[in-house]
Design a protein around this ligand. Sequence first.
Ligand code: MSP
Length: 611
Amino acid sequence: MAARALFSAPPGLYSISIPPLSSLTSRAHWVLLSHHLHVGPLSSSSSSSRRRCHYRACTDESKGPTSSDSFVLTTPLYYVNAPPHMGSAYTTIAADAIARFQRLLGKKVIFITGTDEHGEKIALAAEANNRSPREHCDTIAQSYRSLWSDLQIEYDKFIRTTDQKHEKVVEDFYARVLDSGDIYRADYEGLYCVNCEEYKDEKELTENKCCPVHLKPCSLRKEDNYFFALSKYQSKMEELLTNNPEFVKPSFRLNEVQSWIKSGLRDFSISRASVEWGIPVPNDTKQTIYVWFDALLGYISALLENGENPDLQTAVSSGWPASLHLIGKDILRFHAVYWPAMLMSAGLGVPKMVFGHGFLTKDGMKMGKSLGNTLEPTDLVNRFGADAVRYFFLREVEFGNDGDYSEERFINIVNAHLANTIGNLLNRTLGLLKKNCESTLPFSSTEAAEGIGFKNTVEKSVEMARHHYENLALSSACESVLDIGNAGNLYIDERAPWSCFKKGGETAEMASKDLVVILEALRIMAVALSPVAPSLCARIYAQLGFTEDQFKSITWADTKWGMLPAGQKTMDPKPVFARFEVKSEEELQEAVSKAVKSSKKASRTQGMVGA
Ligand code: MSP
């Protein structure tokens, strides 16, 4: 953000710090225009007593209306310039896994997602598609919802920034910030990237003056705008990070945020004179509110129930502050610097944590709508199913770091982990149980595990999985669950129950106990992996003889050893996860041309029918 101030405001009216002259660039700078600059803070109907009241609210609300048994988490609100791609799906898959885990712990979860629909970028996209902005937003917002359904995302709230209730919350928020004396008017000149919806510092740009993320040229803009006095929050932001080192995660991103703050916070423009598609600035309909100053509020307006009084205070009392904002690293500054300062200005509590994950890349470049190098998530789900897609990205990409996609790796991982380690183990154990025990457990899992060390291994691994989930280390959580499967496969191979059954007597009894032990381990894996691969885990539970309702009511306490009772009937073994074939380049070509031929044939047939 390139906000540069040259102020000569009367003392006492502004408390905005002036950045050192050495940090000024020639092209991006603010200019104070005394003839139309409102000197001193603007005000809605401000009175200092009202302002004090907001700050009191802050003290109460920052303790949080949310209790320790609630967990409010958010994904970013996605731009609707184009349909979702795998990069946008990634955050939502991770958020869904975390939400499911927190529900297993018994927390009252509010999982918020939605779409960011205002601003220049969206208006341009609508125009390019020959649609009105409203029509365009409706279409793309729907494509997000339908992808979330394909990926089995169980969100609680879907907020659109064009929802009426949201607009009302933004207006209330703007009024509070205005009352705090943190909004003023000035001229701005700088280089703007429409895809980021952000002014850029010249030194951030590539050699040919392009945005480093989107590789598109930035345009020089000069506008009369309203500004948010971020610089006033310099010391409060420093304090926030010092007192809450957990505020930004992973910790290496905290360093990045600290260094931005250290370099001096600069005020930023929160309105646009040139953009019509947005929420009008209260008391100045010639300007619309800057898309970020609008969208961030979606995290609060989403909390409103339908039909509830759509005001900021009601929304806040329904669950603010959030426990966790999950975002990609490119929007960290907005969430970890601008947003908490905005909230402080409005007298509201700040979120507990902002987690900035890495990028999914293709050939090392960020996958994105603007670069056009995306991976189509619906195609992936259609070909491989939601469990495989969810598992691969959460297991393969360490949450926080970047990760490159390759189809070969995708197929190898899901085959090895889901089809072999889990699926085969379940299938062969149930096969042996059918053959030797009529698919009925001869012992409870507690009896079967007496004196068996394998039980300890399972207990330790599942405890590790919980620890990793709690720390948002989703890949490690998957790994710990899979450790149980690996140990189970080793155990069954060492004990060779198939040959022990043949010996009869006590040896056969031991073999039947071994089967129960393995099935109990698989049951525990199903509970512990359910946040990541919910359908697969439901199928495992069903194969073990539980009802759908029993699976739906599992909690993390069900990872405790000993839930399989003697006499439980299991189902006939049926593979819970089918293997995929890795196709060579030629095979892929062949499959594509076959598909083309058959679609030509089908259209010829249709033509004949039509004739
Ligand atoms: N609209 C803003 C967010 C406003 S939140 C109040 C926005 N939208 S976005 O659609 O451009 O990006 C949404 C999220 O998707 C960001 O967290 C971004 O990091 C993430 N991703 C977009 N491409 C990505 C990858 N290739 N990989 C991983 N995540 C990436 O920014």
